[in-house]
Design a protein around this ligand. Structure first.
Ligand SMILES: [Zn+2]
Length: 276
């Protein structure tokens, strides 16, 4: 039986939707595909007003969460997302932060419990395509909530058997190298930061590159909607040429397909549109 073409993207925090998947969310929505964004946490461990970090005096978790969820709603409006689903878990903070130990922190929630809630959303929307991070939380990022998002999504995909295709977001190593060269050449102060050799996704794992150059402006608008976290979004301070390069394509690793596919594709829905 035919069902409405649907993309479900699962992210850890408000603002994660923009960089690695903002283009595909905007592009597929414009093509008439139903888009669903699931955000697992409320982002409590983000910056408070004036750049106050969690644990510092004056950091109000509840106010940060409220502001970030409002920013998320603005962001998804720019991206044309049809359905925003919030799982409402508590942000665990970066690896090593005191927030890691909070009993309600998303990273401490049993995988089966959260996967059960995500599975209900998969039952409701029946997405053909599901996207989340790889086992490292995305190209070696390692944030506990991103790793947990991976585990929970993989468990829900497995338990429901609903998606026809399952993807991880990817940042190809070669593109990171090019981007940093570009930034150095244009004199951007990277504060001594050098990507390590194992940063990013090995190019041979990348199966799918989607051209989203037409949606660069909307991605930027969505990213700028997360104003309260602007200090942490270094891509906003990149020169335009580097932004264009960083934003124009989104890369993915296909880890499951129940439909015939080519080794390399340029469309997450390749193999799913035929006969419609
Ligand atoms: Zn995040």
């Amino acid at each position: 039986m035919d069902r409405e073409l649907t993309l479900m993207v699962v992210h850890a925090h408000p603002d994660d939707e923009c960089l690695s998947t903002g283009g595909v969310l905007a592009r597929y929505a414009e093509e008439g595909i139903r888009t669903v964004l699931v955000t697992c946490t409320n982002g409590e461990q983000g910056d408070d007003q004036g750049g106050v970090k969690p644990g510092e005096e004056g950091h109000d978790d509840a106010a940060v969460a409220e502001r970030r969820l409002a920013e998320l709603r603005e962001s998804v409006a720019h991206l044309g997302v049809d359905h925003l689903e919030l799982l409402g878990y508590r942000d665990s903070g970066m690896d090593g932060w005191p927030g890691n130990g909070h009993p309600d922190a998303f990273a401490n929630v049993p995988v089966e419990a959260a996967a059960g809630r995500l599975a209900e959303l998969m039952e409701r929307y029946r997405p053909q395509v599901v996207v989340t991070y790889d086992e490292t939380g995305g190209g070696g990022y390692g944030h506990p909530d991103h790793v947990q998002t991976h585990r929970v999504t993989a468990a829900a995909v497995e338990a429901t058997g609903i998606p026809d295709k399952f993807y991880y977001t990817a940042i190809p190593r070669s593109s990171i190298t090019r981007m940093f060269e570009l930034m150095r050449d244009s004199g951007v102060d990277l504060g001594g930061f050098e990507p390590s050799d194992d940063f990013g996704t090995p190019d041979e794992r990348v199966t799918t590159i989607v051209d989203v150059a037409a949606y660069t402006e909307r991605k930027l608008k969505a990213l700028r909607a997360h104003e309260s976290q602007g200090d942490n979004i270094f891509l906003l301070r990149m020169p335009e040429e580097a932004q264009q390069q960083a934003f124009s394509h989104e890369a993915f690793e296909r880890v499951l397909s129940r439909v015939p596919t080519a080794a390399h594709e340029d469309d997450l829905f390749a193999g799913l549109r035929e006969g419609r």
